[in-house]
Design a protein around this ligand. Structure first.
Ligand SMILES: [Ca+2]
Ligand SMILES: [Ca+2]
Ligand SMILES: [Ca+2]
Length: 118
């Protein structure tokens, strides 16, 4: 099993994001609720996406719409950063970030219905 690239990042950003670390196991009820913004009992792709957009903004301290190694050094190792930087230009763009976290979502959505359950 490929360990989530973002595991440490997600834990640092918000406890809710712990879900990316080990599938649905280990996520507390509170953490799940934090992502399940409409209270439907499942976390949809849209809920996950919006949450991650917010996370990106939080990380992008200088608001240039990309993440530098400096901006992520507290949560990503150099290797993790390079993996996220799909085009290898030394910055993680919003698109690269969201592509990665949505890939995480789909990996954890084992039955493929677009919803994560606690
Ligand atoms: Ca929901
Ligand atoms: Ca930035
Ligand atoms: Ca890049």
């Amino acid at each position: 099993m490929k360990k989530s690239l973002l595991a440490s990042a997600l834990v640092a950003l918000a406890p809710a994001m712990v879900m990316a670390q080990a599938g649905n196991q280990g996520m507390t009820y509170e953490q799940f609720n934090h992502l399940d913004t409409d209270g439907s009992g499942t976390v949809s792709e849209a809920e996950y996406y919006h949450f991650m957009e917010g996370a990106f903004k939080e990380l992008d301290k200088n608001r240039n719409n990309s993440l530098s190694p400096d901006e992520t050094s507290h949560i990503l190792s150099q290797e993790q950063f390079s993996q996220m930087d799909a085009n290898g230009n030394g910055r993680v763009s919003r698109q690269e970030f969201l592509d990665q976290v949505m890939a995480d979502f789909h990996r954890h959505d084992s039955d493929g219905d677009g919803q994560l359950r606690p």
